[in-house]
Design a protein around this ligand. Structure first.
Ligand code: AMP
Length: 279
């Protein structure tokens, strides 16, 4: 496995595969890897000749500096996990390699960037767009893999890539969960065992909404989700919404006759967690 630290090296490495007519799959991550990340890696390996992974904690997508500083970093373990998976190259750049000049562009990111995560984390999606654009332009992978755990991010990246006419197909991959239903996340390691157990309630709330969604309007489902979680001390809900999965707006018709998606953000033990489910 090659470990590439400079942008030029990374670009050249990917280019060398493409010159040989091989396809390249790319998995961008912020490290502290878990089975969710590895599921993306395995999918990329299945669908491409070569797989590259980036590990970069992107400061520009953190609207809260405290969250950036507390974000877990496990470079040695991450590299060992990727090596064991048979990844071809890891891009492990410093901030200066990624952003030699600050990127002050305001990206056009479509409707998904304006609500929920977009509203509660101002600037977050612009920071995501900035780093994703940079990585895709450096390496031009054939396909890039994103988890549906960050559902809005997936929509925003698809919108960005299509607007900029980048030649990478964006693939959304299913959410990988802990046995109690908690969506795997690097942030979960900041939860103590009791909080981690409690965080399984987030999944339960989505399941409950899915099971009782027939014919009920989205506002009512959102309120029911919030009410369910309110029963448990130590869970602070930031939002719980049911929306059209394409437009992220109120579904029309809003009677369950078209697919809808429930999305939530909540704080448990000082950790901000997100999750979602098609209902
Ligand atoms: P992150 O390192 O948190 O930026 O995540 C890197 C990629 O892994 C993103 O596309 C995430 O959506 C994806 N990912 C994170 N957690 C999961 C999970 N539990 N299941 C599936 N994909 C995930």
């Amino acid at each position: 496995m090659r470990i590439l630290k400079s942008a030029d090296e990374y670009s050249e490495f990917s280019e060398s595969f493409r010159r040989r007519g091989s396809s390249v799959g790319f998995v961008p991550t912020m490290g502290a890897l878990h089975e969710g990340h590895l599921s993306l890696v395995r999918r990329a390996q299945k669908e491409n000749h070569f797989t590259t992974v980036s590990v970069f904690v992107n400061p520009s997508q953190f609207n809260d500096p405290g969250d950036y500083h507390k974000y877990p970093r496990h470079e040695v373990t991450d590299l060992a996990l990727l090596e064991a998976e048979g990844v071809d190259a890891v891009f492990l750049p410093d901030k200066e390699e990624v952003f030699p000049e600050p990127d002050n562009t305001r990206y056009e990111l479509g409707p998904a960037a304006k609500v929920l995560e977009g509203k509660f984390r101002p600037g977050h999606f612009n920071g995501v767009a900035s780093v994703v654009k940079r990585f895709l332009e450096l390496a031009h992978p054939n396909k890039a893999y994103f988890g549906l755990k960050d559902y809005q991010q997936y929509l925003v990246v698809k919108y960005l890539v299509s607007g900029l006419h980048l030649d990478t197909e964006i693939i959304g991959c299913p959410i990988v969960r802990e046995p109690n239903g908690l969506a795997m996340s690097s942030r979960n390691e900041r939860l103590n065992p009791a909080e981690r157990e409690k965080a399984g309630r987030l999944y339960e709330s989505l399941q409950m909404i899915k099971e009782t969604n027939q014919g009920r309007p989205s506002d009512e489902l959102g309120s029911a989700g919030r009410a369910y979680l309110k029963q448990f001390t130590g869970i602070e809900v930031e939002y719980f919404a049911v929306v059209d999965p394409e437009t992220m707006r109120k579904p029309d018709p809003d009677d369950g006759s078209i697919p809808r998606r429930a999305l939530l953000a909540a704080h448990i033990g000082g950790v901000r967690l997100i999750d979602n489910m098609g209902i």
